[in-house]
Design a protein around this ligand. Structure first.
Ligand SMILES: [Zn+2]
Length: 83
């Protein structure tokens, strides 16, 4: 299956759920189209979003399947590095 969702990244859906690009985590609809079942585009978490997330004191953002946890440090590509 091809995907519009990048590796080693987290995406947030309209309902606030975090997912990575694993099939069981994102679901086939988001994985194939970049949109969740309600038709809303899933947004990739950038460094600013990770910092905001961590400012709530709830730890580093991690997807539901647990495969991807992001740090608030930008990687070489400018997106948050994986922990
Ligand atoms: Zn996941």
């Amino acid at each position: 299956m091809t995907t519009t969702l990048a590796d080693n990244a987290l995406f947030i859906g309209d309902n606030g759920r975090l997912c990575c690009n694993a099939l069981q985590c994102a679901g086939s609809t988001a994985l194939a189209t970049g949109r969740d079942l309600s038709g809303q585009a899933v947004m990739r978490l950038d460094v600013a979003a990770v910092r905001e997330w961590m400012s709530y004191g709830i730890g580093a953002p991690r997807c539901e399947c647990g495969r991807v946890t992001l740090s608030q440090v930008a990687g070489p590509d400018g997106w948050p590095a994986v922990k």
